[in-house]
Design a protein around this ligand. Sequence first.
Ligand code: URA
Length: 203
Amino acid sequence: MPNTDKQDRLEAVKQRILDDGITPELKEQATQLVFGEGNPNANIVIIGEAPGKKEDELGKPFVGASGKFLNQMLEMIGLQREDIYITNIVKYRPPDNRDPKPDEKKAFLPYLQSQLEVIQPKIVVTLGRHSMNCFLPDLQISKVHGEPKRVKLSLKENKGDILEVIILPLFHPAAALYNPAQRQTLIDDFAVIPIIMNKIKSS
Ligand code: URA
């Protein structure tokens, strides 16, 4: 499918969030919707929790301190932001950077699924427990980080169709920023991404 078509379909999902008036309380306090950005033909989609202050200001995901570390880790495995697609579960900044609430995550989930349905990635990298639990609700990130899990997602737009993806649950980069041990764990877990990609290519 050509790039522009996917880009148009993603724009339509973004417009739907606005038209449907999702999480009006969050919207009112935020500067803008942070929908997601990157390559609509990417094999890898990275999903964080919710925009922070900088993301809210600029309207782009992971452009603050966590984003800088994320970019470094991507570089370590030979990737750039242009190669992947990045988004968050919750697409408005929660006040004072509090954790997203269950009803907020639930409200945005169908739109996140639509984004995945358009992009059709092979790997979904979840950052942090909130993001992981959208796809793997019963698992604990401290036990399964860095372990790829095969998941079947039922699609929203083409009802009845299934998207099979590999979820790679990782710790959130914010947790690793000031903790050297966590930082190394995250770097080691990130190195699993090219291993999965190579396996997919050769299978
Ligand atoms: N943390 C997130 O989870 N997402 C962002 O976009 C920025 C920081």
